[in-house]
Design a protein around this ligand. Structure first.
Ligand code: ADP
Ligand code: ASP
Ligand code: MG
Length: 466
């Protein structure tokens, strides 16, 4: 079971999370818990670090974090003063480390990805002992465990990837004894460590990924993600109020949705559970009796073809253009090598058969760096005039229509683009892989919500599917 930030956002929510764990244990399940930080904490930690790096460190920040967690501990662990005292000591020590790091940043004025990982992991490191304490106070033995002892990753700070073999053996040997003894391990989500023990994080929203990594490492029967909505919905409910919860979706649908911006799942969550065929459930901790969404191999494909629609913001369109690009081999190869060397992600690629331009969608925060790398990798082509321009446009969004049943069905793309035309949305570029489970396209950012709503309406996704 993984609990997201809002599901552990207050004393009341943590008590509810502890009750859900205990209900599972009483039902005869053996449960491992992964927790996020309290809602809002990770953002505050990161902005505090950034402000400190500019030379402004205010010691009152530490006290605010301490007070927020102390109030919760006072309410949750009323009747066990010694447990509460030990817990507050742990919380105090972790905040001392955070304070020292921020003070250091205010002196050196430099924030490396490695230090930022240590700072942004503090929220999970405060919460795991609190949640374990709340479970133990309710009568089921529980123990906080640092994910640095379990998840071994590469050293890509800020979005590290697990090394599954090492992770599997460490997780198995560290957690199995707890499970056998009926103790509930409560693990810090979001965090891992390199082979040398240096702390890393798995990327923002990464606690979902932690849960699927740990679930796969232990060959769990199921992985349950407790969040604040009734499951994975046909669209972002903030963008499409009539969006509906999908009861069953496939790994590939969930993975496409997560990759194309559905915040409900971290974009890499699916792979570890998919490889072992472990079902994943997305459940609402505010409405625990709802069955939520089940993600599995088959996932009940929808007869409509399109099952959900999503959008990614904060992306940029990089365009490489030149009339002389036609027939010149290697420009695409160099382009992808340049992006790979920057270790950046490409969300979408599009090239028309005239070969006059090649466009890529990348994270907005990485676009300037990528353009610089491209100018250097394609220097010769620029001098020769085969490539005339490498430009970047930050005012775009990618919209994706997703569904397993799109495959081999004529007319879906026609309906998608027909609905956009009727809604007056201009499409800048289009891409569909031969896998045919996703049609994605670029629109200007201010038309993205209209595009999502138009497709949602055209495929009647607000109505239950047959
Ligand atoms: P947690 O803190 O539990 O990890 P997140 O805020 O990361 O929760 O993710 C849940 C949120 O994702 C929901 O509150 C919802 O606003 C948003 N969301 C975006 N797209 C979707 C979607 N397709 N289905 C469900 N929720 C979505
Ligand atoms: N606390 C981390 C974040 O806010 C990880 C997570 O919540 O999944 O990104
Ligand atoms: Mg999340």
């Amino acid at each position: 079971m993984k609990f997201g930030g809002t599901s552990v956002g207050s004393a009341e929510r943590i008590a509810q999370a502890a009750d859900l764990v205990i209900a599972g244990v009483r039902d005869g399940h053996r449960i491992v818990v992964v927790t996020s930080a309290m809602s809002g904490i990770t953002n505050q930690l990161i902005s505090t670090a950034q402000i400190a790096t500019r030379g402004n460190w205010q010691p009152s920040v530490r006290d605010n974090f301490f007070e927020r967690h102390r109030t919760v501990a006072d309410q949750l662990i009323k009747d066990a003063p010694s447990r509460r005292k030990a817990l507050m000591e742990i919380i105090g020590e972790r905040l001392d480390q955070f304070e020292k790091l921020c003070f250091g940043l205010s002196m050196v004025h430099e924030l490396t990805p490695r230090i930022l990982d240590v700072i942004s992991s503090t929220g999970e490191r405060l919460l795991a002992p609190l949640l374990a304490g709340a479970i133990a106070t309710r009568g089921v033995e529980a123990e906080a465990v640092e994910a640095t002892e379990l998840i071994v990753t590469n050293d890509q700070f800020g979005s590290a990837d697990p090394l599954m073999d090492r992770t599997q053996s460490k997780t198995e040997s560290r957690l199995r004894p707890f499970i056998e003894r009926g103790v509930v391990p409560v693990i810090t989500g979001f965090i891992g460590a390199t082979e040398d023990g240096v702390l890393t994080t798995l990327g923002r929203g990464g606690s979902d990924y932690s849960a699927s990594i740990i679930g796969a490492a232990l060959s769990a029967d199921e992985v349950w993600i407790w969040t604040d909505v009734d499951g994975v919905m046909t669209a972002n409910p903030g963008e499409v109020p009539e969006a509906r919860t999908m009861r069953e979706i496939s790994y590939s649908e969930a993975s496409e949705l997560a990759y194309y911006g559905a915040k409900v799942l971290h974009h890499r969550t699916i792979l570890p559970v998919y490889k072992q065929n472990i079902p994943l459930r997305i459940l609402n901790s505010f409405n625990a009796s709802d069955p939520g969404t089940r993600v599995s191999r088959n996932g009940h494909p929808s007869a409509r073809g399109v099952k959900a629609v999503t959008s990614i913001r904060n992306v940029s369109l990089v365009t490489i253009s030149g009339k002389g690009m036609q027939g010149i081999p290697g420009i695409a190869a160099k382009t992808f090598s340049a992006v790979a060397a920057e270790r950046a992600n490409i969300f979408m690629i599009s090239q028309a058969s005239s070969e006059n331009n090649l466009c890529l969608v990348v994270n907005a925060g990485e676009s300037r760096r990528i353009v610089k790398a491209l100018r250097s990798w394609l220097e010769l082509e620029l001098i020769q005039g085969h490539v005339e321009d490498i430009s970047v446009d930050d005012s775009i969004a990618v919209v994706a229509a997703i569904g397993d049943r799109m495959q081999g069905r004529p007319g879906i793309a026609g309906k998608v683009f027909g609905s956009l035309g009727a809604a007056g949305v201009n499409v800048i570029a289009i891409s569909q892989g031969s896998y045919e489970r996703n049609i994605s396209f670029i629109v200007s950012a201010d038309q993205a919500a209209d595009a999502v709503r138009a497709i949602h309406r055209a495929f009647e996704l607000d109505k239950p599917s047959q």
